[in-house]
Write a protein that binds this ligand. Structure first.
Ligand code: AMP
Length: 286
């Protein structure tokens, strides 16, 4: 694996590494790698000759009172895990490399960013999409892999690629979970042990919602109630939202609306904010 930190070195190494090797798959991350990230690499490897991963804790997608400073950055361990998982080129830029002095042109995230994470974290999705667009321009992948774990993020990236005619495919890979159901996340390592235990209620509440759907309930509000009842059993976990939504528009699902739904949630567990979701569909595994 080649590790590069500057745009010039990235371009040079890609020109060399990609000679005769195509397609190129790209996995953007913020590091503190876990099996969820590695599953994205695996998806990329199945479809690509060359796999590029980026690790960049993007300051623009954190609000002033969020956890940018305490976000974990175990870069040596990450480098080892990336190499072991079959990443060919690892790009680890500094913020000054991605954000030199500029004229401030940026991506505006549009309608699907209005609610949920977009509402709770003003500016988050504009910052995320701006960096993802820059990374797409730098790496020029044939496709990029994102996790369903961040459903609204994945929907927005897909919308950006469609709306701006970006020449790449977007692959969305299923959420990887711990054995007790907690969705893997770099933020899980910020949880105190007692909070880690309590955080299990999130996946239990989402499962209750999916069971209600599977049992035939088609009133989105009733499906939400089934999940919220489970969440209420753990008062130390403070929900921000728990909602059945259209997977593409992220608008609240309407009774009898056709289309694919998901149930999305965010909650504060101690000092840490966690998000999770499950798909609601007759053919969906979770
Ligand atoms: P992050 O480093 O948290 O920004 O995540 C980088 C990519 O990994 C995003 O596309 C995430 O959706 C994805 N990801 C994070 N956690 C998981 C997980 N548990 N399962 C699958 N993908 C994940």
């Amino acid at each position: 694996m080649i590790r590069v930190s500057t745009v010039a070195d990235l371009r040079g190494s890609l020109a060399e590494a990609s000679a005769g090797r195509t397609p190129l798959g790209f996995v953007p991350t913020m590091g503190a790698l876990h099996r969820g990230h590695l599953s994205l690499v695996e998806h990329a490897r199945q479809r690509a000759d060359l796999v590029v991963m980026s690790i960049f804790v993007n300051p623009r997608q954190f609000g002033p009172n969020e956890d940018f400073a305490r976000y974990p950055r175990p870069i040596e361990q990450d480098e080892q895990m990336a190499a072991d998982s079959g990443v060919d080129v690892l790009f680890t830029p500094r913020a000054s490399e991605i954000f030199p002095v500029t004229q401030g042109v940026a991506i505006s995230s549009g309608n699907a960013a209005r609610r949920w994470e977009g509402e709770a974290r003003p500016g988050h999705f504009d910052g995320m999409l701006t960096v993802v667009a820059k990374l797409f321009n730098l790496v020029r992948p044939d496709f990029a892999v994102f996790g369903q774990k961040d459903l609204q993020q994945a929907a927005l990236v897909a919308a950006m690629v469609r709306d701006l005619n970006m020449p790449l495919g977007i692959v969305i890979a299923p959420t990887v979970r711990e054995s007790d159901g907690l969705a893997m996340s770099s933020r899980n390592r910020l949880l105190a042990p007692a909070d880690r235990e309590k955080a299990r209620v999130l996946s239990r509440a989402l499962s209750a919602a999916t069971s209600s759907f599977r049992d035939g309930e088609r009133d989105p509000r009733a499906i939400e109630s089934a999940g919220r009842a489970v969440l209420a059993g753990e008062p130390a976990v403070l929900p921000d939202y728990f909602a059945v939504v259209d997977r593409t528009t992220l608008e609240p699902a309407m009774r009898d609306s056709a289309g694919d739904w998901a149930v999305v949630t965010a909650a504060r567990v101690g000092a840490t904010r966690l998000i999770d979701n499950m798909l609601l569909g007759d053919s969906d595994a979770d």
